[in-house]
Design a protein around this ligand. Structure first.
Ligand SMILES: Cc1cc2nc3c(=O)[nH]c(=O)nc-3n(C[C@H](O)[C@H](O)[C@H](O)COP(=O)(O)OP(=O)(O)OC[C@H]3O[C@@H](n4cnc5c(N)ncnc54)[C@H](O)[C@@H]3O)c2cc1C
Length: 419
């Protein structure tokens, strides 16, 4: 398209800002963000440590060059270098209700600088059986609509280990309870453990993942970002769209990109004519409420420091909640914990926030497929981590490439990011 369009984008997470960055050299973009900051689920909290301020993640945290190739390319196009990436010496501990010591402590990954003691045994045997079956399902390309229970239940493992170990990690990742974990898409639950890049080195971005959102905004010449301005109403008028934000300002645009969670997008498109099928699809993504805190108190860590892992799972009351230990990454004992279902909250809380997390169920996979077929109709586009693969930084960037490619396939930044 040889003329400049006006593109309205709702949502200032990584997806919305990547769309803006891809289009905003040639096209006028206005981005409306409900919160006072951009970044969405990427929220980095500055912590002052021994004369230095480090960015500690409260929301999205882990990235991987191997699993997230487009995300990594975007980082390098924005000037991030290898020095900005810190490798996590990943390990996992799992403590079940009533246990004083963890049932499982896996070996610390490369780069660990504190002594650790592994605890393997039956839980570890169960995990290995699970991983073998997961690799087989990946190789057979089993449909993503098959639930996790169909992978786990036939394994020759006790019911207690299935529940408290095999369903525990997916339950924590997707913030659901142990019963609900059975209903997750099996392929989504195993996606990070199988395939050519199985068990990749996981990393964190030293300046914080939120910095990527600000960098995208700063590097987009024809972008106007309005924070504290939620998109409240979308109206069709004379072949264009009028977007009204929560400050009462209206914006006339040619194309609209909804880079907001699908339930929010559904409410916004519902008043428009001809959107019944779209609303049904957007309404079929399931979310769970959760809460995270950053704290200094090792309340949820194993009692013996030699059992401390980078991710520490506590299985309790039908839930599995994680406590991530940032010590091996930042050199100081800051912890990020899921706190939605804990009986006792930690002391020395630095900050906390509520999030809504997408559950990748077979229903969500079907909704992703149907949404792909409805993209772009009438100038309405949908970006965000929910549109493809497994709700990650990579799926947010992939969704942005997809949407920007429909709006302006020849935008020069498209080739730079995907070429
Ligand atoms: C707690 C948590 C931890 C995660 N950890 C990881 C991780 O470690 N690694 C990983 O790869 N992924 C992780 N994810 C997945 C994460 O969602 C993606 O990585 C990515 O940040 C999502 O980007 P997004 O732009 O699609 O959505 P979001 O980041 O959710 O952005 C949506 C934006 O829309 C805004 N908004 C909502 N309504 C409106 C409105 N009406 N008008 C305007 N704006 C609106 C919101 O305020 C938000 O800023 C995590 C997610 C959560 C919730």
């Amino acid at each position: 398209m040889g003329w400049a369009m006006r593109v309205g984008i709702a949502g200032g997470g990584i997806a919305g800002l990547t769309v803006a960055w891809l289009l905003g050299e040639e096209h006028e973009c206005v981005l409306l963000e409900a919160r006072s900051r951009v970044g969405g689920s990427a929220r980095s909290f500055p912590v002052r440590l021994g004369g230095e301020t480090v960015a500690v993640e409260l929301g999205s945290q882990d990235i991987s060059a191997e699993m997230f190739p487009r995300h990594r390319r975007l980082l390098s196009l924005l000037g991030y270098t290898a020095a900005d990436v810190r490798r996590i010496p990943a390990s996992l501990s799992l403590t079940r209700d009533g246990e004083r010591v963890p049932s499982l402590v896996t070996p610390a990954g490369e780069g660990a600088d504190r002594p650790s003691a592994t605890r393997l045994g039956p839980a570890w045997d169960a995990v290995n059986l699970f991983l073998d079956r997961a690799a087989e399902w990946h190789d057979r390309d089993v449909d993503w609509c098959v639930p996790l229970a169909e992978l786990v239940e036939p394994l020759p493992v006790s019911d207690a280990l299935k529940r408290d170990v095999l369903y525990a990690r997916p339950a924590s990742l997707f913030c659901c309870d142990l019963e609900e974990a059975k209903e997750l898409s099996a392929r989504a639950a195993i996606a990070f453990y199988v395939g050519e890049s199985a068990d990749p080195p996981w990393e964190q971005l030293a300046p914080g993942l939120e910095s990527l959102a600000w960098a995208l905004a700063a590097d987009t010449p024809r972008l106007r970002v309005r924070t504290g301005a939620a998109l409240e109403r979308v109206r069709r008028t004379e072949g264009r769209y009028e977007l009204t934000d929560s400050t009462g300002v209206s914006h006339l645009v040619d194309e609209v990109v909804f880079a907001v969670p699908p339930p929010v997008a559904r409410d916004l498109v519902a008043p428009l004519a001809g959107t019944a099928a779209l609303c049904e699809v957007l309404g079929s993504f399931a979310y769970v409420d959760t809460a995270y805190a950053l704290h200094l108190d090792p309340a949820y860590m194993p009692a013996d420091e030699r059992h401390w892992a980078t991710t520490n799972l506590s299985v309790h009351d039908g839930w599995c909640e994680s406590c991530d230990w940032y010590g091996p990454v930042h050199g100081v004992d800051v912890f990020k914990s899921q706190i939605a279902h804990r009986e006792v909250l930690p002391d020395q809380v630095l900050c906390r926030a509520d999030f809504r997390h997408l559950m990748i169920t077979p229903g969500a996979v079907r909704a992703q497929r149907r949404l792909a077929g409805l993209q772009g109709r009438g100038g309405l586009h949908f970006a965000g981590n929910h549109t493809n693969w497994v709700a990650s930084q990579e799926s947010a960037v992939t969704s942005a490439i997809d949407v920007a490619g429909r709006i302006a396939p020849d935008a020069p930044r498209m080739t730079r990011l995907t070429g």
